[in-house]
Design a protein around this ligand. Structure first.
Ligand SMILES: *Cc1c(COP(=O)(O)O)cnc(C)c1O
Length: 368
């Protein structure tokens, strides 16, 4: 079985060497030496001002939203074409998601539709750099400035992406990465929030450790979202190989493009100007009226030959059972349409061209 992704891991010896000092210090978690080291390395690699580490990307988003201190019950304009985490972080903060439609080419929030959704209750915008595609950061910044809204980017897909030479984590009030096992860069489980403001950083740091401000002061209702030393050590190892990792992903993505580019009815991820991509995913949008088969037929044909593709993102978060009756997915028709047609194909650094060729052969056999 070929899965849609395969976690990157260092050589066992490299990891053992990295974790060996932990047996001297007995410091397993709570911002130990590995945590500090990874934090410093990531600030350099991502080109951001400040960065804090978390147990996972979701807690980075959820606690960053809390640290923004938005009025309870206020509205956050966001996208339904995302992973559960984005929408759940809003709802779990007692805020109201307001779903904006997406751009049909980049699959990110359609910035031209944001302003019409702003009400006196709007407090923030939470866009997602879907598949590592960069949101319209300039328009979003202008809207946020004009209406005094906070901006939190879900950059879970965008590790290593640069826009006009700037690290993608530099945009908005805060940008959050995921270091989950399935992401381009992993710490087994993990995540980070990037920001400029030192005050915000202190609030956020406190929230990931129960709201503890000092030995005898707990002045916020925080959670526990600290990255442990073993995860930080995994990150230090994986970060050493990240450039090689991205180069391999690029070669695989280009191989897919050679086969699937220009096929009528198959829409590929865009190549955005000024963007240094990270090749995190290889989505195809199957326009069945032109291609001659549906997304689900492509999915099934691949599954029969033991190739795992993923309907990512499907369904829209606004259609989840837990929100039944609360949102109307017809309000975001492009997102609804894309979610029914999109399929992400297997993509990871070690994927061989032979497998890419087989996957493409199966897909092209269904072509009209
Ligand atoms: C993976 C992901 C998250 C959550 O990250 P975890 O590290 O799994 O908690 C959030 N948003 C998006 C878009 C993701 O893909």
């Amino acid at each position: 079985m070929i899965n849609v992704t395969r976690s990157s891991m260092p050589e066992l010896e490299e990891y053992i060497k990295e974790i060996a000092p932990i047996w001297n210090t007995h410091w397993l978690t709570n911002m130990g030496p590995k945590h500090q080291e990874l934090q410093a390395e990531l600030i350099k690699y991502l080109g951001v001002q400040q960065l804090d580490l978390f147990t996972n990307g979701h807690m980075a988003i959820e606690l960053s939203l809390q640290a923004l201190n938005l009025p309870k019950g206020s509205e956050v304009i966001t996208t339904p074409f995302t992973f559960a985490s984005t929408t759940h972080a809003i709802v779990r903060n007692g805020l109201e998601p307001v779903f904006c439609d997406i751009d049909p080419v980049t699959f990110t929030i359609d910035a031209s539709k944001i302003e019409s959704l702003i009400t006196e209750k709007t407090s923030a915008i939470l866009p997602v750099h879907v598949y590592g595609n960069v949101c319209d950061v300039e328009t979003i910044e202008a809207i946020a400035k004009k209406h005094r809204l906070k901006v939190l980017y879900d950059a879970a897909h965008a590790f290593g992406v640069r826009y006009k030479g700037k690290g993608i984590g530099c945009f908005g009030d805060v940008s959050c990465f995921s270091f989950h096992a399935t992401k381009v860069f992993n710490t087994i489980e993990g995540g980070a929030a990037c920001f400029d403001s030192e005050d915000f950083g202190l609030d956020l740091y406190r929230l990931k450790n129960f709201g503890i401000r000092g030995p005898e002061t707990v002045d916020a209702v925080g959670a526990n979202a600290k990255m442990n030393e073993f995860c930080a050590a995994m990150g230090l190892c994986n970060l050493r190989h990240i450039d090689e990792e991205l180069a391999k992903r690029k070669a695989v993505a280009e191989r897919y493009r050679q086969h699937l580019g220009g096929i009528p009815g198959l829409q590929l991820n865009p190549i955005q100007p000024d963007v240094q991509q990270n090749y995190a995913y290889f989505p195809i949008v199957v326009h069945e009226d032109i291609f001659g088969a549906t997304r689900d037929e492509v999915f099934e044909a691949l599954a029969q030959q033991n190739f795992g593709a993923r309907k990512y993102f499907y369904p829209l978060t606004s259609s989840f059972d837990c929100f039944k009756g609360h949102f109307d997915s017809n309000g975001t028709p492009i997102a609804l349409c894309v979610s029914k047609k999109v399929l992400t194909l297997p993509l990871y650094a070690e994927l061989t061209f032979e497998i890419v060729d087989s996957v493409c052969r199966i897909i092209l056999q269904l072509c009209r």
